[in-house]
Design a binder for this molecule. Structure first.
Ligand SMILES: Cc1cc2nc3c(=O)[nH]c(=O)nc-3n(C[C@H](O)[C@H](O)[C@H](O)COP(=O)(O)OP(=O)(O)OC[C@H]3O[C@@H](n4cnc5c(N)ncnc54)[C@H](O)[C@@H]3O)c2cc1C
Length: 325
């Protein structure tokens, strides 16, 4: 147990001190940590790579658990058994080196496998739910549980059982299939090049700030773009000019970033009547009124005459992705 600044661990480069930082080595140690925290009534949160999270800068009067010591990756038959802290790119590389297909799309997808399973991350036509064959996790009360897809762990777009029950993922087994190494490498390069072309690694970001509302039929990035959200840009916090749902941190603190994204949300609601829900997770202790505002859900009041042309433009351009290997 140590005390450090969370900005040293969070990809977005925000985050203050916490009371205690835990770095368990095993699922049993993780379970004991959760039991002890529960007994002491100590609040806690889990931090993976911090690539989908805004960690609050103010002191967190609780514990934070990270996975710096749970990074083992082992091949068993055609499966990879991955500790929660293994980076997505490491998994893609390891699969390629062993000529295993199924996770080439994870190359340069920032973050760790634990959160990637919890969030049911997806890109380039694939989703983590397609390859997960089992998960070892610990419930908040410290109980160790083994899950399979039969437990209905994946519920849909960015929606899993773990988001409801608060289980902490310790290990995920990915079931892959023999594949051609050249084809796998080719697709990995495609994914990396595409992300580079889209300016995803120019400044720290947390990926998409808002979920895509598929009922509306227009991605949040397009709504933000057409609402002229880049007019909100400031020297330290700004939209990625190529993807308006990505917010660059050019030296801002967490409160400024959050304020900026709240303005983005209001702008789209005013222009199109679409309420974009946060995908970005806020980790830390917010003031109650701010917490309430972040969790607020307003009903859509869709301005159909403005949305319809965007919907048809999006549909026309939508089939240009190279399929996954
Ligand atoms: C440049 C960029 C591009 C991105 N592109 C995509 C994309 O194409 N598709 C996509 O889906 N996402 C994308 N993302 C988001 C991000 O890569 C994924 O959501 C990733 O899975 C998050 O992993 P993480 O370890 O960084 O999670 P974190 O941000 O650390 O955590 C996310 C949430 O999961 C919780 N958590 C972390 N670890 C665990 C665990 N072991 N058990 C239980 N809960 C845990 C945290 O408490 C938090 O609530 C992108 C992000 C960036 C920065």
């Amino acid at each position: 147990m140590t005390t450090k600044k969370l900005s040293d661990y969070a990809y977005y480069r925000t985050g203050g001190q916490c009371s205690a930082l835990y770095e368990p080595h095993t699922i049993e140690e993780l379970s004991k940590t959760l039991k002890d925290l529960g007994k002491a009534k100590t609040p806690f949160f889990i931090l993976g790579g911090g690539t989908n999270s805004l960690v609050w800068d103010e002191f967190y009067p609780g514990a934070v658990i990270i996975f710096s010591n749970m990074k083992s990756i082992q091949r068993v038959g055609d499966s990879l058994v991955c500790g929660a802290g293994v980076d997505n790119t490491t998994i893609a590389q390891r699969a390629r080196d062993g000529s295993l297909a199924g996770v080439s799309w994870m190359n340069r997808l920032p973050g760790q496998i634990g959160a990637t399973v919890r969030m049911n991350a997806r890109c380039y036509g694939s989703e983590i739910s397609q390859v997960v064959s089992s998960v070892k996790a610990v419930l908040p009360d410290g109980t160790i549980k083994h899950y399979t897809p039969a437990d209905k762990i994946f519920k849909g777009y960015k929606d899993t059982l773990f988001m409801d029950n608060g289980a902490v993922i310790a290990e995920a087994t990915l079931s892959l299939a023999p594949g051609d190494q050249n084809v796998i490498s080719d697709h990995m390069r495609f994914c990396e090049d595409d992300r580079m072309k889209k300016g995803q690694f120019v400044y720290p970001t947390c990926g998409c700030v808002f979920k895509n509302n598929y009922a509306v039929g227009v991605p949040s990035g397009m709504l933000l773009d057409r609402a002229n959200a880049n007019a909100l840009n400031q020297p330290t916090v700004a939209l990625n000019p190529q993807h308006s749902n990505f917010v660059y941190n050019k030296g801002a603190g967490s409160a400024d970033i959050l304020k900026f994204t709240l303005e983005m949300q209001e702008l789209v609601y005013k222009e199109f009547g679409v309420w974009m829900e946060y995908e970005m997770e806020i980790l830390g202790q917010l003031k109650p009124e701010l917490q309430k505002r972040v969790k607020e859900i307003r009903s859509n009041q869709i301005v159909e005459e403005k949305i319809a042309p965007l919907r048809s433009t999006f549909q026309k351009n939508n089939n240009k992705m190279k399929p996954e290997t």
